[in-house]
Design a protein around this ligand. Structure first.
Ligand code: HEC
Length: 71
């Protein structure tokens, strides 16, 4: 799900496309909780959509942690 839904904008390898890269290195500066909020609420004024209607806070946090740890 992350690769397909997020990959449509962030690139199938999540190295960036329309959206910024979501690689571990690119997100090293960010806290999982902060990333989860970005995922839930999107980034106003950009193409990053809010996912709150589609996932729970736990799921967003899971994705945030996944993005920070995957290769
Ligand atoms: C419709 C296109 C689109 C989709 C789909 C999308 N994003 Fe994004 N996302 C963006 C854009 C564009 C930005 C950069 C916004 C900006 O300029 O600050 C972004 C930014 C982000 C950021 C912030 C990165 C940073 O360095 O601060 C995260 C985290 C993120 N997206 C996660 C996700 C996740 C997880 C998904 C799938 C659930 C997803 N995005 C799906 C377009 C998208």
């Amino acid at each position: 799900m992350v690769l397909q839904d997020c990959g449509s904008c962030h690139g199938l390898t999540l190295k960036g496309g329309l959206g910024r890269p979501l690689t571990r290195a690119a997100l090293a500066h960010a806290e999982p909780e902060g990333l989860a909020l970005i995922i839930l609420d999107g980034i106003p004024g950009t193409a990053m959509p809010p996912w709150r209607p589609l996932m729970t806070e736990d799921e967003a946090l899971w994705i945030a942690n996944y993005l920070k740890t995957k290769e």
